[in-house]
Design a protein around this ligand. Structure first.
Ligand SMILES: Nc1ncnc2c1ncn2[C@@H]1O[C@H](COP(=O)(O)OP(=O)(O)OP(=O)(O)O)[C@@H](O)[C@H]1O
Ligand SMILES: [Mg+2]
Length: 282
């Protein structure tokens, strides 16, 4: 059984004429790191809204098909039940910040879970140390940099110990350095905790290094699902959606066009270097 199971899922917003999501099918296994990509408006956020219960609890429309997370029908669960299993981080961290200090921002959600005060403080300390914000615990979230605010938003969600983390373009508003910090935390979550992670992220080189699974969406449909190598080697499909393949993959397509005798298309820089080194040796 997969941690996330999407079956024949269709969705149409209230008052919309067209279906925004069309016949989606996907299984994400435990500990799998999945990167969802696709052009603007193709329906990525809409799908995440369904996985996190925002649709149908806050945004209405017509849903067909089924969505199970950890075996439970997410379409029938109350939001208070969903947050125990699924952590959701938005593109803009500021939409999630409500408390006057970093520490309280993390403890707020834990208080809502009804945990003991001792347990709440222990978890908040643990998670702030994990993400490297412990020394800022007493400052206002608004005095943090945008990158640190995103890390705080991630920490507040992680403190609830969800089994699945879903993030919608968590780095799109961040500079290079903060982006690296956020992506590094995601890497560590996968390695240390076998967390099941689904993230919308446009950084293709990063995705091809860390993802177990890449899902390309176009116009409300999944057009490619598989490992980074499987997906990025479908050059024509990828190009049609406007998603750029990794630079090393593109370089190899050009080399093959020029007659270079390679039988494998790399998606990671290290693979590309290896293939070229072998060719030169020959
Ligand atoms: N509340 C809503 N009511 C009606 N239509 C909506 C609503 N929210 C989004 N849409 C439409 O649904 C489609 C998919 O939007 P969505 O935000 O899911 O795309 P996206 O892939 O996340 O795009 P982006 O990369 O720009 O974030 C778009 O055509 C959008 O205009
Ligand atoms: Mg979006």
């Amino acid at each position: 059984m997969g941690v996330i199971e999407i079956k024949d899922l269709w969705f149409k917003y209230l008052l919309a004429e067209e279906w925004t999501l069309k016949n989606l099918n996907l299984v994400v296994d435990k500990g799998e790191f999945t990167v969802l990509m696709g052009p603007s408006g193709c329906g990525k956020s809409t799908l995440l809204y369904i996985l996190t219960g925002i649709i149908p609890n806050m945004i209405k429309g017509t849903i067909r098909g089924s969505v199970r997370i950890l075996g439970r029908d997410i379409l029938k669960l109350q939001p208070s039940e969903i947050v125990k299993e699924v952590g959701f981080v938005f593109q803009n961290p500021d939409s999630q910040i409500i408390m006057p200090s970093v520490f309280e921002e993390v403890t707020f959600g834990l208080e809502n879970l009804g945990l003991e005060p001792g347990e709440i403080e222990k978890r908040a300390e643990e998670i702030l140390k994990y993400v490297g914000l412990w020394d800022k615990k007493d400052v206002s979230p608004w005095s943090l940099s945008a990158g640190e605010r995103q890390i705080l938003a991630i920490a507040s969600v992680l403190a609830l110990r969800p089994k699945v983390m879903i993030l919608d373009e968590p780095t799109s508003m961040l500079d290079h350095k903060s982006t690296k910090r956020v992506l590094e935390i995601l890497d560590r979550l996968k390695k240390d905790h076998e967390m099941t992670i689904l993230v919308v992220e446009h950084r293709i080189e990063w995705a091809s290094e860390v993802a177990d699974k890449v899902v390309i969406m176009d116009n409300g449909e999944f057009v490619a699902v598989g490992s980074p190598s499987e997906v990025f080697s479908k050059y024509e499909i990828i190009k049609k959606t406007g998603v750029r393949p990794p630079m090393i993959t593109e370089a190899f397509y050009k080399l093959i066009e020029k007659g270079l005798p390679v039988d494998r298309i790399p998606v990671r820089l290290s693979e590309g270097v290896q293939i070229l080194a072998n060719l030169f040796k020959r």
